[in-house]
Design a protein around this ligand. Sequence first.
Ligand code: IPE
Ligand code: IPE
Ligand code: MG
Length: 252
Amino acid sequence: MTFKSSTAEIPEARLTPRHIAIIMDGNGRWARQRMLPRVAGHKRGVESVRATVRACIERGVEHLTLFAFSSENWRRPAAEVDTLMELFVIALEREVDKLHQNGVRLRIVGNLERFGPRLNKLIKAGEELTRNNTRLTLNIAANYGGRWDILQAVNSLLLDRGASEPISEADIASRLCLADCPEPDLFIRTGGEQRISNFLLWQLAYTELYFTDTLWPDFDEAVLGEAIASYRRRERRFGRTSDQLIEAAAKS
Ligand code: IPE
Ligand code: IPE
Ligand code: MG
């Protein structure tokens, strides 16, 4: 199923965000504050992922997209990249069955070509096992970049039909990694930085942004609750005026 883009049609306003996208940042600083190696922060971050998935299921969030490794994170020291890949393997080995039991559909979105055969095999098996689950779609963005995503969408369109027809907004939306999820309602970035870091460039067009100083390993249901509470206080106008929203609410 392809969802309408927020620039083509005004999405339904819901009390609970249907799709939450999170940049899980601050693992390194969390570890540093405790005089621990950075990897200790990444390990602890896996716990926060678990807690967040649980909280999203309880709150009825339908889609959760977590930025785990960006296309620019290869620039980190090789030892840290290797450890992150190892953690990714361990997390898949340990968590997939539990996710499946909880009705979670797991997907890894990003350029998987650079991951080794072991990781690719685990990813495929996890996606295959959980493909028909409907409670929560959990998208893990790994070796993902927003620009890469848009480019691969355009290139796949060109491959299919040549350059003869102009490409529309809906065409691109239909080929992005998250084509079968609605656009995120709420974006959260932990760790205090206020930037997108090449995350979902296309899909965040009308997403409500929430930045918190909480470091990712300290993120929990309470911080998620604060983010959702902030989201509920926002007026989502999608280009319209406040008066128009009041009028529309009065009519319905
Ligand atoms: C986020 O935490 C995890 C990844 C990018 C893989 P960081 O590792 O970026 O932590 P800080 O920003 O250095 O604290
Ligand atoms: C963004 O965090 C990527 C992930 C959380 C996976 P970074 O820590 O890599 O972002 P920058 O480099 O500070 O922008
Ligand atoms: Mg960081």
